[in-house]
Design a protein around this ligand. Structure first.
Ligand SMILES: CC(C)(COP(=O)(O)OP(=O)(O)OC[C@H]1O[C@@H](n2cnc3c(N)ncnc32)[C@H](O)[C@@H]1OP(=O)(O)O)[C@@H](O)C(=O)NCCC(=O)NCCS
Length: 136
């Protein structure tokens, strides 16, 4: 089943192989800018899960339940493909999103310190969160 895409919602499946067992991947990893490393390392931890890559609601439409609805849609699509877990990443400084995911039963699996993108003042941590999908 093709993963859906649309404004602000881009779920996709992760490769289900351990990155460090694939020939040439370690060398490839070293060519990627350092600020992507923590993100990739966390994606690796989520291997085999569905990854919710991004969810964003236009400011004027926030607080109206749209993100909750999108999250529930993506969970039901993921569940129908037979996967048992869905994963996402959020920065710990993004307290609204973090609270939103916790409220929706996502739990922290791991975290990595943010390496800021050039020109960015971002700090803190990237948090990998996961949710077990109920298959009953
Ligand atoms: C995080 C985000 C997606 C939430 O979208 P939203 O449509 O406003 O969220 P919803 O209206 O569906 O609210 C869902 C829950 O989050 C909580 N929430 C949403 N906005 C909140 C706010 N500003 N303050 C406190 N709680 C908030 C609500 O309590 C709500 O819980 P409830 O269902 O019990 O009432 C939105 O704030 C956003 O687009 N932020 C910028 C992009 C971003 O940071 N994305 C996450 C990247 S990991």
């Amino acid at each position: 089943m093709a993963a859906p895409t649309g404004p602000g919602l881009a779920p996709l499946t992760l490769p289900a192989w351990p990155i460090d067992l694939c020939p040439g991947v370690a060398q490839y990893f070293d060519t990627i800018p350092k600020y992507f490393h923590p993100i990739i390392e966390l994606e690796k931890r989520a291997s085999g899960c569905w990854l919710l890559q991004a969810i964003s609601i236009l400011p004027e439409y926030r607080g109206m339940g749209y993100a909750k609805h999108l999250l529930s849609e993506v969970e039901s699509i993921a569940k129908n493909t037979g996967v048992s877990k869905i994963a996402l990443q959020v920065e710990d400084e993004n307290t609204i999103a973090l609270g939103f995911y916790k409220k929706n039963n996502y739990v922290e699996i791991d975290r990595r310190p943010v390496i800021p993108f050039p020109g960015s003042k971002d700090g803190g941590y990237y948090i990998l969160m996961c949710k077990d999908l109920d298959h009953s």
